[in-house]
Each structure stands twice: as C-alpha cells, then as structure tokens.
Ligand binder design. Structure first.
Ligand code: ADP
Ligand code: MG
Length: 238
C-alpha cells in the first residue's frame, strides 16, 4: 500500500481526561503525520500513559475528539475500536507483557492467529519479525529464558507483526539498561520506518531526540507549560 507522506493519520483536539477528581489531561491537541515518530516526554504523573491510552482507543476521553484516518474514535463502538486496535494499531508496554507459557515465535504470532491467519502464515510472519528485530535466535525460547532486552524485542515483534499503521509504545525501554534500551529503540525505529508505520513513543531514554521527528512535552496534563505551544519540531519528518 502506498502511503502519502505528510498527512495526519491521527489527530487529537482538546482531549480532556480525569480519574474522579484527578485531572490527567487538560486539553491536548496533536497531529501525528504519516511515518512520523513523535516522542512524548514529561515527568512521572504528567499524563503520558493516559494520552497514549486515549490515542489508542483504550480509554475514552471525557471531552475532546480523537480522529484516526478521519474517523472519530468517539463515534466508534467498543467492538469497532477493538477491531482498530487489532488491525491498525500496535501497542508495546514497558514490561512487554508476553505470555509466559508461549515461545517468542508463538507470542509474536498471536495477533495474527487472533485475526484469523493460518498457523503457518502466522509463524512465518513472526519469525520474519523476530529476525528483523535481531532476536531470531530466541524464537523457540520462553520469556523466562530471555534477557529483558530480548523480551522487549519479542514484544515489539508482536506489536508490529500485523503491519500496524500506528505503533504506540509506552516507556518500552523503561525496564532495560541503557545499552539494551538503545538497541531496542534503534531496531524499533528502523522497523517502523521500513514499513511506513507512524510511532507514538513515550520515553525517558536520553538519546530519543536523535530518533524522533518531534517531541511533545507534557506538564501536568498539558503541553503549554513552556509557553512554546504543542510540539516543538526538532527535525523534519524523515
Ligand atoms: P504518566 O504516564 O506521565 O506517569 P499517567 O497518565 O499515568 O502519567 O497519570 C496522570 C495522572 O493521572 C497522575 O496524577 C496519576 O496519578 C493519575 N492516574 C493515572 N491512572 C489512574 C487511575 N487508573 N486511577 C486514578 N488516577 C490515575
Ligand atoms: Mg506512564
């Protein structure tokens, strides 16, 4: 599929979300361009995970609107949103959350099996992704026998195996040492770029500015504490 560069694939306008009396997001606007890698940064508790979950259709905002490919997520049923998450989005969390009883290849194949691919097709695609992410050697190994970095790369394979249009990653290097973290980011960014996937990456990794097209800094659920407005461009989308 040809994807036009420069068009917004995901758009948020005035997104507000509270947990009871605790405001987590106080009116967030953002545009994620096709193929763009947006880094979301900010101190603990600033609303990064809440924003990511809203953007991925996991949480419903209290107010505001999120549109994916010109479709308002707020107007989608729970079933439609869960289908979007299965087919269009990939999600990667801090601790990977692999299924402990399954091997790396079985974990990575899971999303394809759930959306009806044959076992053979799913395994082939899973092995391909494990190879691209540099962890083909642990294909038949269970998570307990892998390093933290290998587990995260396997979780990344699982998040990318369906060829999602947007990858959401919430502090994917948070549990890794710096070297393993850098390796994960490098692989993730290359893999996403190779297939034209846009990425929303929540991270504290120091080197992230080198990878990201743009950084969105959150302070207390808002993007404007610096007075600079939402999203300072730190490089043109590549
Ligand atoms: P970050 O990911 O930047 O650390 P979060 O989005 O997790 O921030 O949290 C933003 C705010 O919302 C914080 O004040 C946090 O305590 C609060 N919060 C997050 N999740 C919940 C929840 N499930 N219930 C109540 N408060 C929450
Ligand atoms: Mg968080």
């Amino acid at each position: 599929m040809t994807r036009t560069s420069g068009t917004a694939v995901l758009r948020a306008r005035g997104v507000v979300k509270s947990y009871g009396p605790t405001p987590a997001l106080r009116g967030i606007d953002l545009d994620l361009a096709e193929r763009e890698l947006l880094a979301v940064t900010g101190p603990s508790g600033s609303g990064k995970s809440t924003l990511l979950h809203c953007l991925a259709g996991i949480l419903r905002p209290d107010a505001g609107e999120i549109t994916y490919a010109d479709r308002a997520l707020g107007g989608c049923s729970e079933a439609e949103r869960s289908r979007l998450r299965r087919t269009e989005f990939g999600v990667l969390f801090q601790f990977g959350q692999l299924v402990p009883e399954l091997t790396a290849a079985e974990n990575a194949a899971l999303p394809l099996l759930l959306s009806g691919s044959s076992r053979k097709e799913a395994r082939t695609a899973a092995l391909d992704w494990l190879g691209r992410l540099g962890v083909a050697d642990v294909a038949d190994v269970r998570p307990a026998q892998m390093s933290g970095g290998q587990q995260q790369l396997c979780a990344a394979a699982r998040a990318l195996v369906t060829g999602p249009r947007v990858l959401f990653a919430d502090e994917p290097t948070g549990a890794l040492d710096q070297l393993a973290g850098e390796k994960l980011l490098g692989h993730l960014v290359r893999a996403a770029r190779d297939q034209g996937t846009s990425v929303v990456l929540v991270t504290h990794a120091p080197g992230v500015a080198a990878y990201a097209d743009r950084e969105l800094a959150l302070y207390d659920g808002a993007t404007d504490a610096t007075g600079l407005g939402a999203g300072q461009r730190i490089g043109a989308p590549r």
